[in-house]
Structures are given as C-alpha cells and as structure tokens.
Design a protein around this ligand. Structure first.
Ligand code: HAM
Length: 436
C-alpha cells in the first residue's frame, strides 16, 4: 500500500508560507485581546464527551463530534469548541478569582463537517471570554474586541457587520406572544438558525411542521420581519416586554461604543449552541463569496452550574482562522508573505572569511537579529540574485578585502545603500541592519 501524502480530509498542512500567514493572524488576535487586558489560557485537546453533551446542542453532538473510547474505557471527544473547557477551568477558580475574568486562547478544534469554503474539519479558533462582568458591559466589551481586531487589519463597515439578537427577547416572544411550550420553542430556534440558509418555501414548510395554527405561524413570521433595533423595540413595547428598559439601556450603551457602527439587530440570529441565554451575535462578511460567519458568540449565564458552581455570567465569541483568512483575502487585506523575513543574508566570498562570518553571525544573533548564513563560499555573481530570491533586505559580505582589513560590507537591497564597517563595530552594523 502506498501512503497518501495528503493530510487527513478537511485538515491542512501548514508549510512555512501558511505558517507565516497563520502567525500573522494569531499575532493580531493576541495583540487585540491583550490591548483589552485579556490573558491567554489553554486546555486539553480531549475532554469527557459528557462535557459537550451537557449544553452544546444536538447538531454538535449528533453530527460533528469526534468521539472515542480510550484504553481506560472513558468516553472522550476531541474538542469541537472551547467554551465548555473555559467554563470548566473558570469553575475551578471562580470563587477566589477577582472579577471580571478576561481570558483568550487560540485552540485547534475538530468537527466532522463536509469540507467546503469556510468550513473544514480542523480549524483554529480565537476565543475571547469574559466572566462576571456587570450587566451589558461585558457584551459591549467583547463586541468591541471583535470589531477592533477586524479594524486592525484595515477592515471597514463596508466589509463586515455584526448581527445581534437577544435570546431573552426570543424566549419572551415564543413563550408569551406566540404562546408555545418549551419543546416547540426549541424547535423554532432550530428553524430560525437554519432560516438564512433556506428559501421562503422551505422556511414555511419547516414552520408548518412545528406550528399548526395559522395565527401562530403569522406571529412567527411577524417576528422574523423585525429587522432593526427600532422595529423590535417598538414591537416589544407594544407587547409589554417586562425587560424593555434593560434592553433599551443596552441599545443605548451599544450606540455609544466603538462597535456601534457595525452592529445591527437581526431576528434570524439565535445561534446553534444551546448554552446561550442572552445576547447572541455573528460577525458576517459583506463579500458575496463568503457566506459563512467570521465569528459567533454570545452570553451564557448558566454554564458554570453544570459543575455545581454558582452561576457566573460568561460572554464571549469564537472566530475561525479559515473564515478570517477568506475575509482578508476577499477584501485585499492579507499581506503577501511569500518569503521569510530575516534581517540579513551573511556571506563570505573566500574560505578565509568563514571563521569571521561565523563569529559575526553569532554576535548579530545575540543582538536579536535574524541572520541566515550561506553555508559555504558564495559566488559573488550569484549573491544578490540568491538574496533577492529568499526575500532578504540586507546582504553582508566578507570578501578578500574585508578579510584583509577586518571589515564587513553591508548592503541594503531595498534602499540600495551600502556601507563598510569595522568588523568589531557590532553596534553600528546592528543599527544599519535594523534600519533596513
Ligand atoms: P461557533 O459559531 O460554532 O461558536 O464557531 C465560531 C466561529 O468558528 C464560526 O463563526 C467560524 O468562523 C468558526 N468555525 C466554526 N466551525 C468551523 C469549521 N468547521 N471550519 C472553519 N471554521 C469554523 C463556537 O464555537 C462558540 N464556542 C464560540 C463562543 C466562545 N461563544 C462564547 N464564547
């Protein structure tokens, strides 16, 4: 049997170029999260399958989870998401930690999906979560984190938006206005979650299977028409929503926040995961090629209770590396990363220069520079072409004269300037290379 060179279906190999791109995305994620004082954390790849069964929802459990029995007969799963893990970890320290707890991570996750644009079996997901934040302010903070990250790449409101809803509103409309029980309500949630992916006919078919009365169907469709903060607020006021002042306070705070220009109310956002209890949102790409959400998240008030801990409200989001990269490429925001970025290509043109080059390379590396040495004598004719091909901005060369005079010649390939330094003057050589 010949072994395949391809990675497992729906997974990627990261060659150095892809790794550079991945690091670029991760660096921006870290910088943004840390600019809001979030701290990094990590957890295990594998968890007890029960952790996901508790609250993640049927689609994830029935269709997407990679589960197996280990050698000790434990039923485990490869993590399909990070929220249950972060909740489990926060549950260990919640009592003594000062609040709010602000954590982020960038784990790889596995879901058994049909690979397609924006969807793979393995992806990396930027997770940002805050626990124990005061009412409304946690929601506004995580919305600010996600919009700031996209803005840091140069994205504007013409390129992305954030669709937001509140499950407390949806629950009220379903339970009190349409007046259905919790089982029907759960099924309506699932219909809404699919509503954007199907046409009107399919939506009506799904709805009529769950709601038999015409008046209830009409009330459901009326809800789906409430596509702005203004419309939903007026509707809720007309139907005596008891939390209306809380919702209005949220909308008012949101309108003063840095995320405000991106956020719109959307009744069709409820999210597929079961643990959300309040605000839910998805970041969407306005480019027609990318129909998948770039990020999704929301508030979950009760997740810590599955560990018999007191409730501690959590709010967060996950952003996938695949959808983020598609977004950046489609809007021409992804820099070209064809070459490694090193500071200098250090070469010698005669065998006599070898020891000097090695010593120089060591000293420059100690100064924090990235130095590639050409292993062996370099032919002058090939020097600049080779350096350019490798993406070097600086070339340092030790030729016959340099050996004789104990000097080194450094050339900045971009600005086309060249200088010869005393080989002992590491300080000046470093400064020249750092400028380049
Ligand atoms: P999610 O909506 O399942 O939420 O995933 C969040 C994001 O991860 C999606 O919007 C998408 O960008 C990316 N994503 C998910 N599945 C895949 C896949 N198969 N291939 C590529 N990208 C994917 C959650 O996972 C929640 N746990 C997020 C969260 C954190 N909520 C609160 N805190």
């Amino acid at each position: 049997m010949t072994l395949s060179k391809k990675p497992y279906k729906g997974c990627r190999d990261f060659f150095p170029k892809e790794m550079r791109e991945r690091n670029y995305l991760f660096e921006a994620m870290k910088t943004t999260a840390e600019s809001f004082a979030y701290e990094p954390f990590d957890g295990p790849m594998v968890e007890e399958v029960e952790l996901y069964k508790a609250k993640s929802g049927e689609e994830l459990i029935n269709e997407q989870i990679y589960e197996f029995t280990d050698r000790g007969n434990r039923h485990v799963a490869i993590r399909p998401e990070m929220t249950p893990t972060v909740a489990r970890m926060v549950a260990q320290i919640a009592k003594q930690a000062s609040k709010p707890i602000r954590w982020y991570s960038i784990p790889n996750l596995m879901r058994y999906e049909k690979p397609q644009r924006g969807r793979l079996r393995e992806h990396w997901q930027f997770n940002v979560d805050i626990f124990g934040a005061p009412e409304n302010l946690g929601e506004i903070e995580v919305l600010s984190v996600v919009s700031q990250l996209l803005e840091s790449f140069g994205a504007t409101k013409e390129m992305f938006g954030i669709q937001l809803n509140d499950r407390k509103i949806v629950d009220y409309i379903f339970n009190e206005i349409i007046a259905v029980d919790s089982e029907i309500s759960y099924r309506l949630y699932k219909i809404i979650d699919k509503s954007k992916k199907v046409d009107r006919q399919a939506l009506e078919k799904m709805t009529s299977e769950v709601l038999t009365e015409k008046s209830k169907q009409d009330a459901f469709y009326e809800y789906l028409e409430l596509d702005s903060f203004e419309k939903v607020t007026n509707y809720l006021k007309g139907h005596n929503y008891p939390r209306i002042s809380e919702f209005e306070a949220f909308v008012s705070k949101l309108s003063n926040s840095q995320a405000s220009e991106f956020v719109e109310y959307d009744p069709a956002i409820v999210r597929g995961l079961d643990y959300y209890t309040g605000v839910v949102f998805e970041v969407f790409d306005k480019h027609p090629d990318n129909k998948r959400a770039i990020a999704g998240g929301g508030a979950y008030a009760n997740l810590l209770q599955i560990f018999n801990e007191p409730a501690l409200p959590g709010i967060g989001f996950g952003m996938g590396d695949v959808t983020l990269k598609d977004f950046l490429i489609s809007h021409d925001l992804m820099p070209k990363m064809d070459h490694a970025i090193n500071d200098v290509f250090l070469t010698y043109l005669t065998g006599d220069g070898e020891a000097m080059a090695m010593s120089m390379a060591k000293q420059l590396r100690m100064k924090g520079l990235k130095v590639e040495t050409h292993l062996g004598v370099m032919k002058f004719k090939k020097l600049f072409k080779t350096a350019e091909g490798k993406g070097h901005r600086n070339v340092a060369l030790i030729g016959e004269d340099e050996v004789k005079n104990n000097t080194i010649t450094v050339k900045n390939m971009v600005e086309r300037k060249q200088e010869t330094f005393d080989a002992q003057d590491i300080e000046s050589i470093t400064n020249f290379l750092k400028q380049g």
